[in-house]
Design a binder for this molecule. Structure first.
Ligand code: CAA
Length: 379
């Protein structure tokens, strides 16, 4: 792996950093507290090319590599993880799968609008009784000839209300188990599709997480992604790449909290000197910086393998496993370094600590990452 970034990659990182500092920081506390989806900010991210970063420019994408995606995700997540999850889902779970497996008509109709950020998408796999156990899909897509009749409920869907297009995973032929599952593109406004309750969450409170209900929704056959029965494989393959996005989000949450702790430790005085001059704080900063560097290298390694067209399944799962633990550990320590100030909202670290937890849960819990890694090891 080449550890030198290209000029283009550095320019993407700097653009993301400037955008996050100038456009996301203001209002982030209020958005978190009042659970306001950052619609305006996400629109702007689209204009800057962050919503379809790796998509071919002929479909309105940025034509960038996965390394640039990691760098941008880290910068945006340092400031607002609610924005970065909308970005990650749109890039990794919606645009990527559509570009790789969609038909030309699907790309023209859906991908071009998603990649430009004109609209955003959602990825609907989880159900009330199918979270980690994703093969146990209860949502059904009955084959009716020209269309599928979609019935069921999806839970914890990121961009649940703000999305325009939804990739919905559903069971067509239960006898074939995971080989009877399909991935369908559902449009908001299709008859029988209702956006349900918004979740009141611990973290990423600006992100709109909803349940979705489908009652006799007629989804045209041409909206199926891939061959009949490809839906589960589609979901798993898509999630492999998604894990690089969430690992980078976790990395950004950790590095954002670390930077705040470092700066604070140089300003705050106790026992006659800056607290950064106390070894108790220095040891914390050293541990935080070391874990963050390791997490960053794992994210970049997975992205680099993906960019080279090599197998990155294990690398992505390792990056997500380690970066999400780092996010949790580092944010807890960042609150500790801030003392009482860390426990109040104005100092941002308490929000980052709450945001960190979800990175150990979504796109596969830490336990799922260990399953993926160990299966690769034992292959
Ligand atoms: N990559 C590609 N294919 C994979 C795969 C992977 N990582 N993991 C499994 N598969 C394939 C297998 O090869 C198999 O296909 P074949 O039969 O053709 O060989 C098929 O999928 C079934 O595999 P298994 O028998 O291994 O399935 P399993 O039931 O034992 O479990 C699992 C697989 C890894 C546990 C899987 O269910 C899983 O990843 N669960 C977690 C789901 C998840 O991440 N949910 C997150 C929801 S999305 C989200 O969070 C978005 C958001 O809001 C931010």
């Amino acid at each position: 792996m080449n550890f030198e970034f290209t000029e283009e990659q550095l320019a993407v990182r700097d653009a993301a950093r400037d955008f996050a500092q100038n456009e996301l920081l203001t209002g982030v506390i209020e958005r978190d507290e009042k659970q306001i989806f950052p619609a305006e900010q996400v629109k702007k991210m689209g204009e800057l090319g962050f919503m379809g970063m790796m998509v071919d420019p002929k479909y309105n994408g940025g034509g960038m590599d996965s390394i640039s995606y990691v760098l941008a995700m880290e910068e945006i997540s340092k400031i607002d993880a609610s924005c970065s999850v909308a970005m990650s889902v749109n890039n990794s779970l919606v645009c990527w799968g559509l570009e790789k497996y969609g038909t030309e008509e699907q790309k023209q109709k859906y991908l071009t609008r998603l990649a430009s950020g004109e609209v955003i998408g959602a990825f609907c796999l989880s159900e009330p009784e199918a979270g980690s156990d994703a093969t146990s899909q209860r949502t059904t897509a009955e084959d009716k000839g020209d269309y599928y009749l979609l019935n069921g409920t999806k839970n914890w869907i990121t961009n649940g209300n703000s999305a325009e297009f939804y990739i919905v995973i559903a069971q067509t032929d239960p006898e074939k188990k995971h080989k009877g599952i399909n991935a369908l593109i559902v449009e908001k406004g299709m008859d029988g599709f209702v956006v349900g309750k918004k979740e009141n969450k611990l973290g990423i409170r600006g992100s709109d997480t909803h349940s979705l209900m489908f009652t006799d929704v007629k989804v045209p056959k041409e909206n199926r992604i891939g061959e009949d029965g490809f839906g589960f494989k589609f979901a798993m393959t898509t999630l492999n790449g998604g894990r690089i996005g969430i690992a980078s989000q976790a990395l950004g949450i950790a590095s954002g909290a670390y930077e705040l702790a470092l700066n604070y430790s140089k300003e705050r005085k106790a026992f006659g000197k800056e607290i950064s001059q106390h070894q108790a704080i220095q040891f914390k900063l050293a541990d935080m910086a070391t874990s963050i560097e390791a997490a960053r290298l794992l994210c970049l390694n997975a992205a680099s393998l993906k960019d080279q067209g090599k197998d990155f399944v294990q690398a992505a799962a390792m990056a997500k496993l380690f970066a999400s633990k780092t996010a949790m550990d580092v944010t807890v320590e960042a609150v500790q370094v801030h003392g009482g100030y860390g426990f109040v909202k104005e100092y941002h670290v308490e929000r980052l600590m709450r945001d960190a937890k979800i990175t150990q849960i979504y796109e596969g819990t830490s336990e799922i990452q260990k399953i993926v890694i160990s299966r690769e090891l034992l292959k």
